[in-house]
Design a protein around this ligand. Structure first.
Ligand SMILES: [Zn+2]
Length: 251
């Protein structure tokens, strides 16, 4: 310990009645802010970053995640004005089929830790599968509540609390069972140079939608997550009433 910072009595001095307040000669290293790195951007990178992208045009940057460093892409949907995202890993435009997940936003499951659905677990499962493969793409489509929006979804949840299943609740509200549209997904895939996918999904409607939009689905890979007491009925309804493949369906 530096003797200058000891109380006088402990320091062996006889008289002083206060602690020294002088600063140490050298401030701790952590207190010195690092010098700002000089801005080094190529003219091309600078021009790209500063230009305002046209609706429907992807912009990109790197995104470190707990599964590795992905490329993050985003665009404004020219039809709806919604902002959609994509995360890619590895080179996608070499013609080989790309392991792909179409994930529809679920604020409650992805972000608020809801146990009422399997969305958060599927999001993590898909990113994990892509990281393990070392190449792939996750499209994060901003169509909350199978396209009905957050407030309608909360209204539907309230009806489910009263005993309706997910399909009955939507119908009681005069809303479609599934209002999602994958047109923008095909737009994003094309811009990323992807025309053939190995689709991670339990939902045959996604396979059909992509094929209708000109994207070849060469393979379907199931994405089943462990259930919990809060989402068992929902998963059963998806399988029985919405045509989703269950864990025991043949691939
Ligand atoms: Zn969900």
């Amino acid at each position: 310990m530096n003797a200058r910072f000891l109380p006088a009595a402990a320091n062996g001095d006889s008289a002083p009645d206060s602690f020294p307040v002088t600063a140490p000669d050298t401030p701790p290293a952590a207190a010195v802010p690092p010098a700002a790195a000089p801005l080094e951007l190529s003219a091309r990178a600078l021009a790209t970053a500063l230009s305002v992208p046209a609706p429907g045009t992807l912009v990109s940057c790197r995104l470190p995640t707990r599964w590795g460093e992905f490329d993050l892409h985003g665009l404004v949907d020219p039809q709806t004005g919604a902002e959609h995202a994509a995360m890619s890993l590895g080179r996608l435009d070499d013609g080989a089929p790309v392991l792909t997940r179409l994930h529809s936003e679920c604020l409650t499951g992805d972000t608020l830790y809801s146990l009422k659905c399997d969305c958060g677990a599927q999001l993590e499962g898909a990113l994990s599968a892509i990281a393990e493969a070392g190449r792939g793409l996750l499209l994060y489509l901003r169509q909350e509540g199978r396209g009905i929006g957050l407030v309608n979804k909360i209204r539907a949840y309230a009806l489910q609390q009263a005993g309706a299943d997910t399909v009955e609740a939507n119908r009681l509200l005069g809303l479609p069972d599934d209002a999602r549209d994958y047109t923008v997904a095909a737009t994003m895939l094309r811009q990323l140079g992807v025309s053939r996918v190995r689709l991670l999904t339990n939902n045959p409607a996604k396979v059909e939608a992509l094929q209708r939009l000109g994207i070849a689905v060469v393979d379907r890979l199931p994405l089943h997550m462990p259930s919990n007491p809060h989402n068992q009925a929902y998963l059963r309804t998806k399988s029985r009433r919405m045509g989703h493949y269950g864990p025991d369906e043949p691939i």
